[in-house]
Ligand binder design. Structure first.
Ligand code: MN
Ligand code: MN
Length: 447
């Protein structure tokens, strides 16, 4: 006989039970254009181009912050002085950036390679032996800008960081700590092996330079004024016999960027003025002029909406969702999670009252009042949600852009889907969680 449980006990209900079969079908349908977005958008620059294109198709107001930030806004029924509803997500993801003078020839191995400096928090062993594509821009001596995107099409070549065979890795890798097994300076990408004929120094490097000059008109110095990112060349795919999940690169945080984008594109007349903001550089601490720390962008955006706006007053009355992912409970490693307070795949969008690490250090800690408001909103629309804390106390932690917006005097809370294998080349999310995020952002932006 099943033991009875008090009706006052909090139960974390799977999104699969909350959503109707019709809703679940919508969630699966929603994941199709999402996967296409992820395959088209693998860098922050590509995200901004796509976001702009989609906003213009829907006749929405968009303002760009240089080449890697954007905001879409929809005027509300209430005056601006009643405050805003903002959803902010980041469009940068961990990857390998090329160095300024990347190309060299290794004579011992007879290979041409590119030097990299990794961007954001990665586990270096994830990035060897996988197919990589190169995305970015190069600005030539005359100022001509070339856009690079090589390795995504079937006919394209791919690139890869080689690794040592197990037969020889005992001393230099196997017996070391995992984080030291692959040296960051060894994350060099192989780009060629065919030498030029004739009397040349560095024949393979020479051949690559010739090829780049022939195809793109580049010379080696042009790499200095370039931003080229090596990202996983994998295409997004359904995961599981039941196809319930999406595996793809860059879901932190483009799962939030995409759902927040769809949410703002799908609203017409919100109660308060609604803004969806997309920022860069979150993965390296939100530094830089297109990051969440740049308040001049939001100030200038508000002045565009209403030149006479009292900025401080509006900001003090504004409410924000920091749309970022949380860590999903990971099988075989449950000891790093405090399971009662951790988020799980398939249980809806994750609300994190606070982030930070040990002692809530560096956290945005949302007020109970604001938590209650978001909880009521989600419950009133039967949108699946759960709470989540990133790992056990003092076992790690993490930050989001939430604190930068709370410093402007706004109410801010973190809300986003849980992700398995976060910051890896192939991150995993659940289709019902993706859809829950979309529903949550839309309900919030409309409120
Ligand atoms: Mn993130
Ligand atoms: Mn991240």
């Amino acid at each position: 006989m099943a033991e009875a449980e008090s009706k006052h006990v909090y139960k974390k209900i799977p999104a699969w039970e909350i959503l109707s079969n019709e809703n679940i079908k919508q969630a699966f349908d929603f994941s199709e254009p999402y996967k296409r977005f992820l395959s088209e958008v693998k860098t922050e620059r590509e995200a901004v181009i796509k976001i702009k294109q989609m906003a213009e198709q829907k006749n929405k107001n968009i303002m760009l912050n240089r080449v890697s930030g954007a905001a879409i806004f929809v005027s509300g029924i209430k005056p601006l002085s009643d405050g805003l509803r903002i959803v902010i997500s980041h469009i940068d993801s961990p990857r390998l950036d090329l160095k300024q003078i990347p190309l060299f020839e290794d004579s011992d191995s007879s290979l041409a390679l590119l030097e990299t400096h990794y961007y954001g928090g990665i586990k270096k062993f994830h990035w060897v032996t996988i197919p990589l594509s190169l995305h970015g821009i190069v600005i030539k001596k005359d100022g001509d800008k070339i856009t690079f995107r090589l390795g995504e099409e079937e006919k394209d070549p791919i690139f890869s960081v080689p690794d040592l065979l197990p037969h020889l890795s005992y001393d230099v890798q196997d017996t070391k700590k995992m984080q030291d097994a692959i040296n960051a300076e060894n994350l060099d990408i192989v780009v060629g092996s065919r030498p030029v004929k004739g009397e040349y120094k560095n024949k393979i490097k020479t051949a690559i330079l010739e090829k780049l000059n022939e195809e793109y008109g580049l010379v080696e110095e042009d790499f200095i004024s370039a931003e080229i990112e090596a990202v996983p060349a994998f295409a997004p795919r359904d995961l599981g016999f039941d196809r319930s999940m999406v595996a793809a690169y860059g879901q932190d945080d483009r799962v939030c960027a995409y759902t927040a984008l769809q949410a703002i594109l799908d609203i017409e007349k919100p109660n308060h003025t609604a803004i969806s903001i997309f920022v860069d550089k979150e993965e390296i601490g939100s530094e830089g002029n297109a990051s969440a720390q740049v308040t001049t962008f939001i100030r200038s955006l508000l002045k565009t909406i209403d030149p006479n706006v009292d900025l401080d007053k509006v900001m003090l009355k504004s409410k924000v969702i920091s749309a970022d992912v949380n860590a999903a409970i990971t099988p075989n490693y449950t000891e790093v999670f405090e399971l009662k307070n951790a988020s799980a795949i398939g249980h809806g969008v994750v609300m994190s009252k606070y982030t930070g690490h040990g002692g809530k250090y560096s956290a945005n800690d949302a007020s109970a009042e604001y938590v209650s408001e978001i909880r009521k909103l989600l419950n009133s629309k039967s949108i699946p949600w759960q709470t989540g804390e990133l790992g056990k106390v003092e076992k790690g932690g993490g930050g989001t852009v939430a604190k930068y917006f709370s410093r402007l005097g706004m109410e801010v809370i973190d809300l986003g889907p849980p992700v398995l294998s976060m910051h890896s080349p192939y991150e995993v999310t659940s289709k019902v969680d993706i859809y829950s995020a979309y529903l949550a952002y839309k309900a919030f932006l409309e409120s």
